[in-house]
Design a protein. Structure first.
Lengths: 361, 334
């Protein structure tokens, strides 16, 4: 059972994409796994024949549990049974001492607490991830851990989000950009790759425009700031107090609507129901995101002057910000449009997005 | 976020609300203990130590040990609520409520209505319910159906520490009288609870398990029994959803009908006496509004219509059990 994101302690198989006896290539998806936060397909870490499905569907097991056996075609059945037996008798689930979540740290920036997560160190390059409106650093669960083997990666919770301070009194693009900029300075990061999604994409672009020394490359996923149109998602997200109201809003984020389980909606509601969150979201909406039902921030006309390398990614089925915003960009931008992907390409097309991030470095 | 017990999560909710709003006060028998004596102060913190630590921090003016007279506690609290405070009254055992029914039903519960909407009554009544402590028939009842019956009262019954804190904060901030039910066997239950303040709105039931074959509907402590059953019968290839009502008044009818629609088979588990209880109420609702979705008769699992026995062996037989629920599920599936 893979571990997707720090909070994940257990997961269950929702469906198998391959049958016993099928050949699986390295990197090929073969099973669909559900965690408290998300449902996603799991890519095989190795090549081989799927010899045995070890766990049944919909049974929650701890991270690190045996879910399936891959191996050579002619492996003896007894050998498989013995392997399973040995594994199960030696397996101890990871202890519950919250060791993992201690990896997240709080840093003081402009008198507020900013929560962040660093994975990977002593690499030559740094990546900083900035999530979108209403999200948090867990949005990068399929990207950060994967890339941390060859990069120093940092993801932050924006003001008003995740575990960062909720009691903010400003939410302008400049303010949010300053926070991320100061974060990089306080951690002595230089020549970074900034990866931003939606609101975070606008923030990253704004920082790069002002500080090309700091930002070597930019990867933006469905960013704000490239056109006028935007769905009423932002207003509706703030307004939705119940599971029933919020679910259809969250469904707009993904191409695959089945990703939005009741559990996932509940996780978002847990965040939204914290004291101060609604006000913080409202401030960011008013000062950065929305004016007269259109986007308030426009940076598209400045991209041509950008010195950093820039790639922009869009899901063809993005219902929040239309993919037409990627179509009239100057030639210094490398663009990618993914089929069968909505507003959250870094989750729905994580493998492809990770490849683009690696290449842009 | 950290692990907290049910007891700690309510204690934290009260403390944080008292810090946030000076109009919040606590009163009841032994909520601190030792008032007016030379003996230990705050020795009790309530019979289950839920209000421990409040008196030293907030003082005796806001944490009031009362005489043993429930009618005076609720009468005082209702009047204080009407005149601007946000009292949290501790009524220990719900079994004792009989002596203050007038203050609750006819006074606190009716002020808003009788004063033409010009008065609000932000009163929270904490109380303990349920069997399992071998406390016999006068200290083990549920009685939440009685309060659910009265318009003007809100009835909250959390099943886990996370919900307990969020629902309690909502109760304190709510402008109507709320009766908050805590099962006496749940105080040591643990769960992840944010350190920050948050609220859970009333009238939103919560699916604690997702399934396709049967829906278990429950409230308070028996939700955990339902979760246990749902987890256990997965190995028999039975997939069970569990709906935790969280509040009985207001009642989340939409989620109940949604749940019935998804599986067509319903088992309602309710620890209260079987006549005119929550199970019968929900059963009637489903028969009335979702009859055509049903694939099997609605089943109710409740104790028999008798007082709660003192004998441990009999009390165990009396309360809804996992075995009971499993048998019922297998009956309606066949």
């Amino acid at each position: 059972m893979p571990k997707w994101g720090l909070a994940m302690k257990e997961g269950s198989v929702t469906s198998w994409l391959k049958n016993e006896g099928d050949k699986i290539n390295k990197g090929e998806t073969f099973v669909e796994i559900e965690t408290e936060k998300v449902v996603n397909e799991f890519e095989s870490p190795e090549e081989g024949i799927l010899l045995k499905k070890v766990i049944e569907n919909d049974i929650k097991v701890p991270v690190g549990s045996l879910i399936a056996i891959l191996g050579n075609e002619n492996t003896d059945t007894n050998e498989i049974e013995k392997f399973v037996e040995d594994f199960q008798s030696n397996f101890t689930p990871p202890s519950d001492d919250e060791e993992d979540s201690n990896l997240e740290k709080i840093i003081q920036i402009k008198d507020i607490d900013i929560n962040y997560l660093q994975l990977g160190e002593n690499n030559s390059k740094n990546i900083v991830f900035v999530h979108g409106f209403g999200g948090d650093l867990n949005n990068w669960m399929f990207n950060q851990e994967e890339l941390s083997s060859s990069f120093n990666t940092f993801s932050i919770d924006l003001p008003g989000h995740g575990k960062s301070s909720k009691n903010i009194d400003q939410g302008s693009l400049e303010y949010l950009s300053d926070i991320v900029n100061d974060f990089c300075n306080q951690n002595n990061l230089e020549k970074i790759c900034l990866v931003g999604h939606s609101l975070g994409g606008g923030i990253c672009l704004n920082i790069a425009l002002a500080n090309s020394e700091l930002v070597e490359s930019l990867v933006l996923v469905s960013p704000i700031g490239l056109g006028k149109e935007i769905d009423n998602y932002v207003e509706e997200f703030i307004k939705s107090e119940s599971r029933r109201d919020l679910k259809p809003q969250l469904e707009k984020l993904y191409f695959n609507k089945e990703l939005i389980t009741r559990d996932l909606v509940n996780e978002v509601l847990k965040f939204k129901r914290l004291d101060g969150v609604e006000k913080a979201l409202q401030i960011i909406k008013d000062e950065t995101l929305i004016e007269n039902n259109n986007q308030k921030t426009f940076l598209g006309n400045k991209i041509e002057t950008l010195k950093s390398k820039i790639s922009i990614i869009w899901g063809e089925n993005d219902e929040i910000i239309p993919n037409s915003h990627i179509k009239e960009l100057p030639s210094n931008v490398e663009t990618h449009i993914f089929k069968e992907s909505g507003h959250m390409s870094h989750i729905e097309k994580s493998k492809e997005v990770n490849e683009i991030i690696v290449k842009s470095n | 976020m950290s692990k907290k017990t049910f007891r700690e999560s309510i204690n934290e909710a009260i403390k944080q609300e008292m810090r946030r709003d000076e109009n919040v006060i606590v009163l009841g028998e032994d909520v601190a203990g030792g008032a007016g004596t030379k003996g230990d102060q705050d020795a009790w913190g309530g019979p289950m130590a839920v209000t421990k630590g409040l008196a030293p921090e907030f003082g005796r003016e806001r944490v009031i040990d009362t005489p043993i007279t429930e009618s005076a506690i609720i009468g005082t609290a209702a009047g204080a609520a009407l005149t601007g405070l946000r009292p949290i009254a501790d009524l220990m055992f719900v079994d004792f409520m009989g002596v203050c029914f007038d203050q609750i039903f006819n006074q606190a519960g009716k002020f808003r209505y009788m004063f033409g909407g010009k008065a609000v009554t932000p009163l929270t009544i904490r109380t303990m319910y349920g069997g399992g402590l071998r406390a016999a028939s006068q200290h083990s009842q549920c009685l939440y159906p009685i309060f659910t019956h009265i318009p003007g009262l809100k009835v909250v019954i959390p099943s886990n520490p996370y919900d307990a804190k969020g629902l309690f904060v909502q109760a304190v901030r709510d402008d109507d009288p709320v009766v908050f039910f805590e099962h006496k066997m749940m105080y040591d239950d643990e769960g992840e609870v944010p350190d920050e303040l948050y609220t859970i709105p009333f009238g939103e039931a919560n699916f604690t398990r997702e399934g396709k074959d049967v829906t278990l509907i429950s409230m308070g402590r028996t939700v955990n029994l339902c979760n246990q059953v749902a987890d256990e019968i997965k190995k028999d290839n039975i997939s069970c959803s569990v709906l935790d009502l969280r509040t009985l008044s207001p009642l989340d009818e939409d989620s109940i009908l949604e749940a019935v629609d998804e599986t067509g088979r319903v088992v309602i588990v309710d620890e209260s006496y079987p006549r005119c209880n929550v199970a019968t109420d929900i059963s009637a609702l489903i028969s009335d509004k979702a009859f055509s979705s049903l694939k099997a008769p609605i089943k109710m699992i409740t104790p028999p219509h008798t007082p709660v026995p003192f004998s441990p062996a009999l009390e165990d037989l009396y309360l809804p059990s996992a075995d009971n629920i499993k048998k019922t599920i297998s009956n309606i599936l066949n």
